[in-house]
Design a protein around this ligand. Structure first.
Ligand code: NIG
Length: 394
């Protein structure tokens, strides 16, 4: 069930366990309050405590756990086509090298805008049903001026968190001319994309773009007024993390292969290390050891990376389960990483928590505690999602 809560007053009552993400409000690092109520007025949390009768609508949580809506800070949701055969081949031993991005680029270029919009809405509906209330959406399957701009135009009605990723992979028509392509990305493509984007991103990896090429894209994006993010250290160690820190990126995403120096750089910066465990699952990469990163003092996030090649899932619950089972994160840390961590990766402090004044984005579980999200993997435990994506997704 979807609740649209942009206007009017809503009380979620009879909550068994409320995660506020504010230590001052409740128990432990998640600020848990037992037997709580939340009042949301005009989309903003008004109060936590006994709800009273002031709300127009009342939801009885029947003792369930309520937590902030998930903040999915890394997706590639604008695409057409199917690449399940690549997944099948990988499960039979083929490696992932990112080359399939061109397959999706061909399909996306050849799909009418109305169909891209329909496909996006279906994916947003799926994400919303799975508990996501804020979502970042990248371009990156257009790879020419018209189709990169078109991808961002398709995404921008649905989220403020749009990212220009023209430097995702070298398109076939630029083979052998990577520097010419980077000039296009930094020039005409960026100029067309900027009105529809909040962020700029690049894929810094062997086989995609090198550090100098990515630096050029980040500098041009910054000059155009965009915030910075970077794909780095997905398939091996490399310059991505250091470059992201050097350029002041809000987030460096993947972080699957990290050296001690990378971790030290992250810990001394305000660049968030965003892990994408569903991509490591689907590409058979080793899982990163998040424990080292957290213990060093870096801020971490977890996102779905929903895309047709390396991670075709919108399920943040699945990502939580992987992070807890395989990345040495506690359940509390994984919950923080998909809520306040994602918010930090988007440089937002109005989402990812349930405190007076924050966005009234919430998830009601079919479970008494948040532990069940990792304890019951694969089970659809999201009973109800309260938040704005539902306005578009239906
Ligand atoms: O984040 N790494 C680069 N981009 C996507 C994969 C895209 C694809 O294979 O289509 C990612 O994993």
């Amino acid at each position: 069930m979807t609740v649209h809560n942009n206007s009017g007053s809503l009380a979620i009552d009879n909550i068994g366990s409320l995660i506020t993400n504010d230590e001052a409000l409740g128990r432990g690092p998640l600020g848990i309050i037992e037997h709580a109520s939340v009042v949301i007025t005009d989309g903003v949390v008004e109060a936590i405590g006994p709800a009273g009768a002031i709300a127009d609508t009342r939801i009885d949580a029947e003792g369930a756990c309520v937590l902030p809506g998930f903040v999915d800070s890394h997706t590639h949701l604008v695409f057409a086509g199917d690449r399940s055969s690549e997944f099948v081949a990988r499960m039979a031993g083929e490696p992932y090298d990112g080359g399939g991005i061109r397959v999706t680029t061909d399909a996306t270029r050849n799909t009418p805008t109305s169909e891209l919009d329909t496909l996006l809405r279906l994916r947003l509906a799926e994400a919303h049903q799975a508990g996501t209330t804020t979502i970042e959406i990248k371009s990156g399957y257009g790879l020419n001026v018209a189709d990169e701009v078109r991808s961002l135009e398709v995404a921008s009605p649905y989220t403020d968190e749009t990212t220009f990723l023209g430097a995702h992979l070298l398109p076939a028509e630029y083979e052998g001319r990577a520097d010419d392509y980077i000039s296009l990305v930094c020039g005409e493509m960026l100029a067309g994309a900027t009105p529809h984007a909040k962020w700029v991103d690049a894929f810094c990896e062997t086989g995609a773009f090198d550090a100098d090429q990515c630096r050029a894209v980040l500098e041009a994006g910054s000059e155009a007024g965009l915030g910075l993010r970077l794909h780095g250290n997905q398939l091996g160690t490399g310059p991505g993390v250091q470059l992201a820190v050097e350029c002041g990126c809000a987030s460096v995403d993947h972080c699957t292969h990290l050296t001690d120096a990378d971790i030290e750089a992250l810990a001394g910066s305000d660049t968030v290390a965003t892990f994408l465990p569903a991509a490591d699952f689907s590409t058979r990469q080793p899982y990163p050891d998040a424990r080292r990163v957290i213990d060093a003092g870096a801020t971490v996030a977890i996102a779905s990376n929903c895309n047709p090649g390396s991670s075709y899932t919108t399920s943040m619950s699945f990502c939580i389960a992987l992070a807890v089972r395989d990345m040495n994160m506690t359940i509390d840390e994984a919950i923080q990483a998909v809520t306040v961590g994602g918010a930090a990766a988007l440089r937002r402090d109005d989402i990812g928590k349930l405190v007076p004044g924050s966005a009234g984005h919430a998830v009601i579980l079919d479970a008494p505690t948040h532990h069940h999200l990792a304890y019951r993997p694969g089970v659809p435990l999201i009973r109800q999602t309260i938040g704005p994506l539902g306005d578009f997704a239906g």
